[in-house]
Write a protein that binds this ligand. Structure first.
Ligand code: ATP
Ligand code: ATP
Ligand code: MG
Ligand code: MG
Lengths: 256, 256
């Protein structure tokens, strides 16, 4: 079956969506069949790959509630080998609706289970919280990839995130591991970035990717064109960094 | 009673906490008595004013559940005239706990109601979501201040936020208004910022503050020293912008 990765960090604005879209695109460019699951009510991943997701048919919301098989929610993207299960504004109500429901933690895992054959990788873009949606992603995942902005508040939340991953591993998903931490929006001229990077590497060692994603304006321009930055401007530093990240990730996975 | 402002935006990392802390500090410097309420389970506002909030006594969690009067949760900060009700990691469980509870939307308003006399302003730092915690803030607030990063994804979420404010106004809090939108982390060299700023001003007119908060590394350094940037480096562009923002806000409020 596919390798399922949750792209998670409760700190907001650290590059989860940008990493989900562009890592998926780079993996697809290497010939892997990749499915993105947009589990964030904001729907940024859906917009970022060019979908006008608000007018669409079934979404991740229907798949979670079990009313539509996940297979029927999958939509192609402009990137060959890459598809997406789009978000829905109804997702922000799903937290409240699922609280009292049966099997509330394992719904995404069950929905993905039907999809096993078609994909090599599934990347789940998580909302900025450790609520029921992110727990569903951690239960469904084989591993967690943590985008981390090299800033003080982002570093502060890391230990809480690692404790949550550990709790889910013990209670609901014994196979769950930390795939790695990737530093994002890194500005070499800014001392703070170097300090945070040094701290994180001291804390987590080689679970921090060597590849660092630089702050690069082309990355933040790409979503307004509905394209991953790899399609918008492959030569820019941001796109190249995501290509390197995919390479490093595949080496880790295949070496594991 | 005090003027209660919710600092809200479901988009992550747009400067909600930074705006709550530094606007509060600037208002306190003008002689206003200001209370910050840290409604985010991440607790960044508590850390940003120098609190070691994980070892403390009662928090906003106890005040919301009604087990402790809000008055007993208030902690002084190093800034004269400014105090804070600290966050708690238990807050991320509060969403689930409050769903089935009585009066789940009005708990913060009820808790603040006891506090009327002591403060001129109450600033509520919201988590990056439109769940029960943010709804509590919108129900308790007189007005909403929306920090907005001049980026595509942040702009995309704005209409959803405005619709949510309107829904809360109609159903739960008829007095609620949009205080204004403040552009944050603005980089004048980046075309995207100008495009987004033009879009937002065309959409919302003078509900967008003239004061723009520039991207300024001193602002992101200040939290690691447990200080608002106004204390860390008052002369820097970021701190000065927050001083101007407070001035513009007071003129709007008093002119209203
Ligand atoms: N390497 C980069 N260089 C410049 N801008 C970036 C980079 N990565 C992401 N951004 C921009 O920073 C903002 C935050 O990134 P993104 O939305 O991917 O973070 P997120 O963690 O998914 O946010 P949320 O917590 O709201 O889901 C976006 O406007 C995005 O375009
Ligand atoms: N004007 C600025 N210049 C430079 N960095 C800034 C500025 N404002 C905020 N930051 C930094 O950007 C990051 C995001 O800001 P902040 O944490 O205040 O946003 P937030 O909206 O509260 O995030 P969340 O959605 O996680 O609650 C922080 O690391 C902060 O230090
Ligand atoms: Mg996102
Ligand atoms: Mg915050």
């Amino acid at each position: 079956g596919p390798r399922v990765l949750a792209i998670a960090n409760q700190k907001g604005g650290v590059g989860k969506t940008t990493t989900a879209i562009n890592l998926a695109t780079a993996l697809a460019a290497c010939g892997k069949r990749v499915l993105i699951v947009d589990l964030d009510p904001q729907g940024n991943a859906s917009t970022g790959v060019g979908l006008d997701w608000r007018r669409r048919g079934p979404t991740i919301y229907e798949a979670l509630l079990g009313s539509t098989p996940l297979n029927d929610c999958v939509v192609d993207t402009p990137v060959p080998n890459m598809a997406i299960v789009p978000s829905s504004v109804d997702l922000s109500g799903a937290e409240v609706e699922l609280v009292a429901a049966e099997r509330r933690d394992t719904r995404l895992r069950a929905a993905l289970h039907q999809e096993r054959a078609r994909w090599d990788y599934v990347l789940i873009d998580c909302p900025p919280a450790l609520g029921l949606l992110t727990v569903n992603a951690l239960v469904a995942a084989d591993a967690v990839l943590v985008p981390l902005q090299a800033e003080f508040y982002a570093l502060e939340g890391l230990s809480h995130l690692l404790r949550t991953i550990e709790r889910v591993r013990r209670a609901l998903n014994p196979a769950l591991v930390l795939q790695g931490v990737v530093l994002t929006m890194y500005d070499r001229r800014n001392n703070l970035c170097d300090l945070v990077a040094k701290d994180v590497r001291a804390y987590l060692g080689d679970r921090v990717y060597r590849t660092v994603i630089p702050r690069n304006v082309r990355v933040s321009e790409a979503p307004s064109h509905g394209k991953p930055v790899l399609l918008y401007d492959l030569a820019c530093a941001g796109a190249q960094a995501y290509v390197h990240l995919a390479g490093e990730m595949l080496r880790r996975e295949e070496g594991a």
